[in-house]
Design a protein around this ligand. Structure first.
Ligand SMILES: *Cc1c(COP(=O)(O)O)cnc(C)c1O
Length: 390
């Protein structure tokens, strides 16, 4: 038998109190460590000095998460009206909110405007007309398509206009009384290549130059999200991303360096979250050991689809004898299998009722969990701070 890989959690190591304390009487539960969020955000600020950080709320919109980041002076990237409302409720000024989802109903635009949001991302003429009508005079960033190589979750063709249509859209926006701010793109989430921003930066520089010929003075590049975290495999350091982006901006913009925005989601909250789950059943099927947890694809582990994200998974039970398992969720759905290929090694003595710890789970988990599939409740979230539980 090959030796068991030692699962390493780059996030906060779960202490025994999480497993035995009252916080985890009811599982599954996501524990968010607010101090780790502060550390992650501060590290991003220091590494990307001079870049404005807009936290992508869809990664984890818990009120305490938003309040923690608001207290650090963060700006916020929202995908819909409820997220914008949650930011305002957390004490964020609407001036610090950007509505970056290019897909929105006109009622969403109107709701955003009503709340005071004045910055929208768009990628088509029809949407620009609706923004002009329902959020008159707002600022817009035009989203362009970029290649998604290197991303665990690429965006494909869903968003963005071809770069050679961006100026046409910007002129359209100006004709409709909107303020043209700049260019936006997203290299795909959990992007493993620091060089992935280069194509977008090159396109943006061309768009800035062409827009200037029409008297449109662009100021801002929105670099989107995509910064990765180390789940079970190492990723390049934040410094490598900052250096690559910095060099790209210098190469394509020279001395006319634009204002830059980053919208990190995963990199702010992933390592700050730990899920505690419980083993529902263990079974042997066709020679393989299956472990069924009380959380799966629909309870918050949506990003395990296609095994795109491989969380570090350990058992609370201490037992040196471990072996590979197929990990599955509790629902009656056939797709609710967490990992078939990437088989975590768990104790051979694992039984129903044992706790399992899923590390690095603060991003795209609670916000993705279904409301009642197979009667299961959405993933509950508790936050803890240095000061203690809350
Ligand atoms: C989801 C999203 C982000 C955050 O992406 P991460 O990969 O989590 O950093 C940023 N910007 C936009 C427009 C998004 O849709």
């Amino acid at each position: 038998m090959p030796p068991a890989p030692t699962p390493t959690s780059p996030g906060v190591e779960p202490g025994p109190s999480y497993v035995t304390g009252s916080l985890t009487d009811h599982t599954p539960v996501l524990i968010m460590h607010l101090a780790a969020i502060r550390d992650n955000y501060t590290a991003l600020q220091q590494t990307f000095g001079g870049v404005d950080l807009y936290y992508a709320v869809k990664a984890n919109g818990h009120a305490e998460v938003l309040r923690t980041l608001a207290a650090l002076g963060a700006c916020f990237d929202v995908a819909g009206a409820a997220e914008a409302r949650a930011c305002l409720d957390a004490g964020v000024s609407p001036a610090a909110v950007a509505w970056t989802n290019p897909i929105k109903k006109r009622t969403d635009i109107a709701a955003g405007y009503q709340m005071g949001v004045r910055l929208f991302v768009s990628d088509n003429a029809n949407d620009i007309e609706r923004i002009a009508l329902h959020a008159p005079g707002s600022a817009v960033l035009v989203r362009i398509t970029v290649p998604g190589h290197g991303a665990a979750a690429p965006f494909g063709d869903k968003f963005g206009c071809p770069p050679d249509q961006a100026v046409h859209l910007l002129r359209h926006a100006r004709r409709h009384g909107l303020v043209c701010l700049g260019v936006s793109w997203h290299v795909g989430s959990q992007q493993s290549e620091p060089g992935a921003w280069e194509t977008g930066i090159a396109s943006a520089a061309q768009i800035f130059a062409e827009a200037a010929r029409y008297g449109i003075d662009l100021s801002t590049v929105d670099l989107g999200g995509g910064l990765p975290v180390s789940y079970t495999a190492p990723v390049p350091s934040l410094e490598q991303y900052a250096d690559a982006i910095d060099r790209g901006l210098a190469r394509h913009f020279g001395a006319q360096r634009p204002r830059a925005i980053l919208e990190p989601g995963r990199a702010v909250v992933a390592t700050a979250g730990t899920i505690i789950a419980t083993v529902v059943q263990v079974a042997t099927r066709r020679g393989r050991r299956w472990v069924y947890l009380d959380i799966g694809r629909y309870g918050g582990l949506a990003e395990t689809e296609g095994e795109a994200i491989t969380y570090p998974i350990t058992a609370a039970r201490h037992d040196p004898g471990t072996g590979p398992v197929v990990l599955a969720g509790p629902t009656a759905d056939g797709d609710d299998v967490i990992y078939q290929q990437h088989q975590p090694w768990l104790p051979l003595s694992l039984v129903e009722g044992d706790r399992v710890v899923i590390g690095c789970a603060g991003a795209y988990t609670a916000s993705y969990s279904s409301v009642s599939f197979c009667g299961l409740s959405p993933l509950s979230v508790v936050t803890i701070d240095q000061a203690g539980d809350r």
